[in-house]
Design a protein around this ligand. Structure first.
Ligand code: TXE
Length: 481
């Protein structure tokens, strides 16, 4: 059985304890590889290796940093099929999706920040003829990057790329639930000639290996994507140590449909925004709010469209929906469907596990589920489910739907469907979330700020935001006379 290794100081190594964890293929329920159960000692070596590499990497010219990052991007492209297959097997997502979205985006992340760093600039301020200020932005040191299981290589590289482009060295931990592409990525970094110690990848559990990274005194900057409760605990550890923190956490995103929308487009895109990646994207619209005059029509068109979503073996071409990521996660999602029923919800379609015959008979498949008849403030509509479950509710006025949209503890993303330009702007301004899409969903321009308000996180990723996050500004004021 394949054994994944840690990537420390430019080499693939076993965990010091020689302990391993099982890695399960969620489409079959079978253990198919082993991952290092790393602990403090492995993290210590990784941090020391990153510290040792920092001086030379931070002094490496931006052009040379960009060159090696571009080589990594080219190798991701070259290994597109292999990486996409690994992502689908590890995560349960349709292979087609991994090919189209996850792997191309990982390459794009590396290229985006390889070129971005060559255009990044700091400021100069001159108040009069006597003084001039200039601001430098220098790399901070060893960055801790911790990523989740829903978009494994995509989110892993989204953190690593700006960190190393800016001249930091990194100790990174992918999710223990989906470690495979991070391992394959470490092989590509070696092949591309990334200097030893610039990136170190430690595999293992969050509470053990992850926590050791967060607690380490020589890791002054941390970028984390994952659950809100994990984010809270990371903040509690990091804040008294005055670490710089970027937290990208959960969401409970509203999808607001006004009667004057482009109906067919709104229905089709809303089905995608509800169920893409089995609903396991922090940007999925999980609460659909529809203006009452088109409510019935929308619900029946939506359900009709959902019937066409084929749940199948993720490696087949017909699969529109694959397996959810793990058995515990499947149980969590199923428990929310039960909760919805207890709260008076009516399940219009789905609501149960699906048996996919053949090699996937023991896989973790859940039918795309649509629930109505719930109030905006019940638990089903307040808590993050993070699975193929969506609720639909009617609203009467613009004021009311803004109240519904803003009623959760989260504020990550929102989608608004209307052909009324003024209303689109008004509602966009009044919804408290970091990202708003009007008449579209998940259109990503990597230059835009990405992140959430309220319990959806702290800070923003993307574009200059990430390069600012991974650098320390210093203002130098010079007397000219
Ligand atoms: O995430 P965790 P989980 C949400 C979603 C999901 C819930 C829990 O609702 O059901 O979070 O998922 C590492 N110190 N999202 O349990 O635990 C962990 O090893 C340092 C939303 O899988 O937050 C992994 O690498 N690290 C989300 C990463 O944190 C720790 C995506 C995320 O795991 C740690 C995923 C600790 N103490 C889940 N504990 C999104 N916003 O996209 C865990 N980790």
């Amino acid at each position: 059985m394949q054994k994944i290794k840690n990537y420390i100081n430019g080499e693939l190594v076993e965990p010091i304890s020689k302990s391993y964890l099982d890695n399960v293929n969620p489409s079959t329920g079978e253990v198919y590889s082993q991952i290092p159960d790393s602990d403090k000692e492995d993290v210590e070596i990784a941090v020391q290796s990153a510290k040792a590499a920092f001086k030379s990497w931070s002094e490496t010219s931006i052009t040379d940093r960009a060159k090696v990052m571009n080589r990594i991007a080219d190798l991701i492209d070259k290994n597109h099929e292999k990486l996409a297959m690994a992502e689908s097997v590890d995560n349960g997502k349709p292979l087609k999706l991994a090919k189209k979205v996850d792997i191309p985006r990982a390459a794009a992340n590396m290229r985006f920040y390889a070129t971005g760093i060559e255009h990044f600039a700091s400021e100069s301020h001159q108040p009069n003829t006597e003084y001039i200020n200039y601001t430098t932005r220098t790399p901070i040191g060893v960055a801790g990057c911790i990523s989740p299981w829903n978009l494994p290589l995509y989110l892993f590289t989204w953190k690593i790329a700006p960190a190393i482009a800016a001249g930091n060295t990194v100790v990174a931990k992918p999710s223990e639930i989906t470690p495979m592409t991070a391992f394959l990525f470490s092989e590509l970094c070696i092949e591309a000639g990334l200097p030893a110690g610039v990136l170190n990848i430690v595999h293992g559990l969050g509470a053990k290996a992850g926590q050791a990274i967060i607690e380490h005194k020589d890791v002054p900057v941390i970028s984390f994507t994952g659950g809100t409760s994990t984010g809270k605990s990371i903040a509690a550890t990091a804040a008294p140590m005055f670490k710089k923190l970027s937290l990208e956490l959960g969401g409970k995103n509203p999808n607001v449909i006004f009667a004057d929308c482009d109906f067919d487009k709104a229905v089709k895109t809303s089905v995608t925004s509800s169920f893409a990646n089995q609903g396991q994207i922090c940007l999925c619209g999980s609460r659909i709010m529809v203006e009452r005059s088109i409510y019935e029509k929308f619900v029946s068109a939506f359900v009709k469209e959902v019937k066409n979503l084929k749940v199948a073996d993720p490696l087949t071409d017909e699969a529109k929906v694959g397996a959810v990521v793990s058995e515990p996660h499947m149980n969590k999602v199923m428990s929310y469907i039960e909760l919805a029923k207890k709260e008076g919800g009516e399940v219009l379609i789905g609501g149960s596990r699906i048996n996919v015959d053949g090699r996937c008979e023991n896989g973790y498949f859940i039918a795309p589920t649509v629930i109505t008849n719930l109030s905006h403030d019940c638990r089903t509509n307040q808590e993050e489910i993070f699975g193929p479950v969506v609720t639909i509710m009617p609203f009467d006025t613009e004021e009311e739907v803004i109240e519904f949209a803003n009623s959760t503890a989260y504020g990550l993303a929102a989608t608004i469907w209307t052909e009324n330009l003024k209303r689109a702007h008004r509602v966009a301004h009044n919804i408290k979330s970091g990202i708003i899409w009007v008449n579209c969903w998940l259109v990503r321009d990597l230059r835009t700020p990405f992140g959430g308000m309220k319990q959806s996180g702290v800070g923003r990723e993307g574009g200059w935001e990430a390069l600012r996050f991974f650098t320390e500004p210093k203002n130098i004021c010079i007397a000219l006379k």
